[in-house]
Design a protein around this ligand. Structure first.
Ligand SMILES: *Cc1c(COP(=O)(O)O)cnc(C)c1O
Length: 446
């Protein structure tokens, strides 16, 4: 290697990777075109019971092993429908994980109930079942475990605690299509499972969502909630424009459903590529002192929606805070051409919405329902030290999705090795005006 190629890119050297080394997600195939052409040729573009949506519901239910499935307009709407189907409302509390996407908690506010957060397990980054029971109160109605970044939550103890306290379980499987926990597919272990079909997710429809259940009553409730609460005449199957409950407009459309069907035919093979890429990265990155690859416990199938690494400055032999080290390393790797950067930057309860508790105008509703009785929700970030420590020290290495493969993974590893050989220089650049992250096109957004 010439000395110029050894000079870190952050110090003016040649980067290891170029953007053209990365291929974008989603991977479009002839199957996508076939189903989308069926829509265009048929002229049927919408409708809750239209052919593509109905077929996707059957195919997804069969894939995960659920009795019923409904397509929805988003993962968030599927979560909201689940809470509404259980009749959760003002004054009720719903427990979710402190490290997740906002929608796992905002769906609770959409139903005018109050989110309560549980800290995460330091290895899996999913809800820590050992901390769950302490969060349960007489007002708790449901638990929303999140299968984070493709890894299932530890469902057995969660289901046991839910049973003991008579709580509903809604799985947020929006990041984990095809993931498995002890032989069971995620989305089939709680009473309701929810999935997102947004462009970034392992199963992509552009946008959309899926709601799965084995319970016929929950299915019927879901059908009503998805379409304004409007009743349908049992004989003519026509809408009678008489809403029996408060519902929403959460129907999906035929084009996203068609794309999701095409993608579903390749979900397992695409997940296998993610797993192989992740395993390759983990094997090599684990050799670098202070790099902590993602953990997948025995009996779990992780489908790597995102590939997460953590950094430990002490193990890397660098004397600075975890946060400064992570920021410095991210910048150095980004300058080497790696698409790298954080997803969530803080535990969800640390977000302004929960700190201000201003959800609907200035009224502090729905928290005010219980706060008026002296029950306080302070969302103090200090209650979630494990999630906070994760947010200080992790980053996402983008590009594990297909069609990226071994060649890209080797270049990513080469970038890490180069930076790790000169870690002493890296921390000096922690304050440089460099903004790591992936461009939107990498995951199919314009
Ligand atoms: C993506 C996501 C959602 C929401 O899905 P949308 O389709 O974007 O509404 C919910 N929960 C988690 C954990 C997610 O990652």
């Amino acid at each position: 290697m010439s000395s110029r190629s050894q000079t870190l890119a952050i110090a003016g050297g040649q980067p290891v990777l170029r953007r053209s080394d990365y291929r974008n997600w989603p991977l479009i195939t002839a199957d996508d075109r076939r189903f989308i052409n069926e829509v265009l040729d048929s002229g049927v573009v919408a409708g809750g019971t239209a052919p593509q949506s109905s077929a996707l519901e059957k195919e997804w239910a069969a894939y995960v092993g659920a009795k019923h499935c409904l397509t929805t307009v988003s993962g968030t709407s599927a979560l909201h429908m689940a809470l509404a189907a259980f009749g959760i409302g003002p004054g009720d509390e719903v427990i979710t994980s402190a490290f997740t996407f906002l929608a796992s908690a905002s769906c609770v506010l959409h139903q005018n109930a109050i989110p309560v957060f549980v800290d995460i397990d330091p290895k899996t980054y999913c809800m820590d079942p050992a901390k769950l029971e302490a969060a349960i109160t007489p007002r708790t109605k449901a638990i929303i475990p999140v299968h984070i970044q493709g890894l299932p939550a530890d469902m057995d103890p969660i289901l046991e605690i839910a049973k003991k306290h008579k709580l509903f379980v809604i799985e947020d499987a929006c990041q984990a299509h095809g993931a498995e926990y002890k032989g069971r597919k995620v989305g089939t272990m709680g009473q309701i499972g929810t999935f997102s079909l947004n462009n970034t997710k392992n199963l992509c429809g552009g946008e959309g969502g899926l709601f799965t259940t084995d319970d016929e009553n929950l299915l019927k409730k879901g059908v009503l909630l998805r379409c304004f609460g409007d009743e349908v005449d049992e004989v003519s199957h026509r809408r009678i424009y008489n809403a029996s409950i408060l519902g929403y407009m959460y129907r999906n459309q035929e084009l996203p459903a068609a794309l999701a069907r095409g993608q579903l035919l390749h979900l397992d093979e695409n997940n296998a590529v993610r797993i192989a890429n992740a395993n390759n990265l983990s094997r090599e990155l684990a050799r670098l002192p202070g790099v902590i690859p993602p953990h997948c416990p025995p009996g779990y199938k992780h489908v790597y929606w995102m590939y997460n690494v953590r950094f430990d400055p002490a193990k890397a032999g660098v004397n600075c805070s975890a946060r400064t080290f992570r920021i410095a390393v991210e910048k150095a790797l980004y300058k080497e051409g790696l698409l790298i950067g954080q997803w969530q930057t803080m535990p969800v309860p640390a977000q302004d919405l929960f700190q201000s508790k201003l959800g609907y105008g200035s009224s502090h509703f729905p928290w005010s329902v219980n706060e008026s009785k002296g029950i306080i929700y302070d969302y103090n970030p200090a209650q979630f030290p494990v999630a906070q420590a994760l947010c200080d020290s992790y980053t996402v290495v983008y590009g594990v999705h297909p069609p990226n493969g071994q060649e890209l993974m080797e270049k990513i590893v080469a970038g890490f090795r180069k930076v790790w050989a000169r870690l002493d220089e890296v921390v000096a650049h922690a304050e440089d005006a460099i903004y790591p992250g992936a461009d939107a096109k990498l995951l199919g957004t314009g």
